[in-house]
Design a protein around this ligand. Structure first.
Ligand SMILES: NC(=O)c1ccc[n+]([C@@H]2O[C@H](COP(=O)([O-])OP(=O)(O)OC[C@H]3O[C@@H](n4cnc5c(N)ncnc54)[C@H](O)[C@@H]3O)[C@@H](O)[C@H]2O)c1
Length: 261
């Protein structure tokens, strides 16, 4: 008996933030499951390097928070692939980890713009063709920081919480047109960004591990797998959900460490 597997043959996918981390890993997985993929990113050099690693059909460079770039990146994807079925919005940046009263308003705005406005603009640009064809699947990237309060992360927390409600709203608005919109909410994931923070001891992973029921940080592949499930027809009756992919982080309501709670 053959084992049923997620297959994405014939699907045309756009992955933002596809030059690194979770986006790059998801782009590779989408390709390996049969989709044709375009990766989009702000960083031209990283984009070109990731094109080979992900076997992307094409790349498109731009800033997701720019309306003009969002429209152009979607248009370039459609012209490279002949259409658009799946969008994974992974482009994002973190905050400076400073208290609110020391925060620069410009940086606060940039974090909100890239994460929230960027997700909105990319969904909006992709919806034009998806509404016409009456099908499509979009997965946005939230965070555990969008599920609860985190000190010194006001911009990122507000942006990711905004993505959650944007996801709910778009799912309701576009569901009648056959478009599904979901999000994943990752916990700390060992992407190049987080590995660099760990290397310079910016935070202590053991504190996070003890607060996490599964007792470890996540791997990019684990985020990619959850995103691909939601993008695929295996999730054909799932829309408007924000799926925590967090080793149980958001389920834990005890005091102190999981083992001693
Ligand atoms: N790594 C984690 O622990 C973690 C946890 C929760 C949520 N997330 C979210 O997952 C997503 C991916 O994070 P990652 O860890 O893979 O980060 P990463 O830095 O490895 O990758 C993000 C990519 O987005 C690109 N990017 C940044 N700003 C952009 C812009 N304005 N326009 C286009 N591209 C832009 C970057 O160049 C980079 O290639 C982000 O939305 C992040 O907030 C990450």
């Amino acid at each position: 008996m053959s084992t049923p597997a997620i297959r994405l043959d014939g699907k045309r996918a756009l992955v933002t933030g596809g030059a690194s981390g979770i986006g790059e890993t998801a782009a590779r997985l989408l390709h390996d499951l049969g989709a044709k993929v375009v990766i989009a990113d702000l960083n031209r050099e990283a984009l070109d390097a990731a094109a080979t690693r992900t076997s992307a059909s094409a790349v498109t460079q731009g800033d997701v928070s720019s309306e003009a770039d969002s429209e152009r990146m979607v248009a370039e994807t459609i012209s490279a692939l002949g259409g658009l079925d799946l969008v994974f919005n992974s482009a994002g940046i973190g905050d400076d980890l400073v208290p609110v009263h020391d925060q620069s308003v410009e940086r606060w705005q940039r974090v909100v713009d890239v994460n929230l406005r960027g997700t909105y603009l990319m969904c909006r640009a992709a919806s034009r063709t998806m509404l016409q064809q009456k099908s499509g699947s979009i997965v946005n990237v939230s965070s555990i920081v969008g599920l609860g309060g985190f000190p010194r992360r006001s911009a990122y927390a507000a942006a990711k919480a905004g993505i959650n409600h944007l996801t709910h709203t778009l799912a309701c608005e576009w569901g009648p047109s056959g478009i599904r919109v979901n999000a994943i909410a990752p916990a700390y994931t060992r992407t190049p960004m987080v590995e660099a923070l760990l290397e310079r001891k910016a935070f202590d992973p053991t504190i996070l591990e003890k607060r996490t029921p599964l007792g470890r940080l996540a791997l990019p592949q684990e985020m990619a797998q959850a995103a691909v499930f939601l993008l695929s027809d295996w999730a054909s009756y799932v829309t408007g959900t924000v799926l925590p992919v967090d080793g149980g982080w958001s389920a834990f309501g005890g005091a102190g460490e999981v083992a001693s709670a």
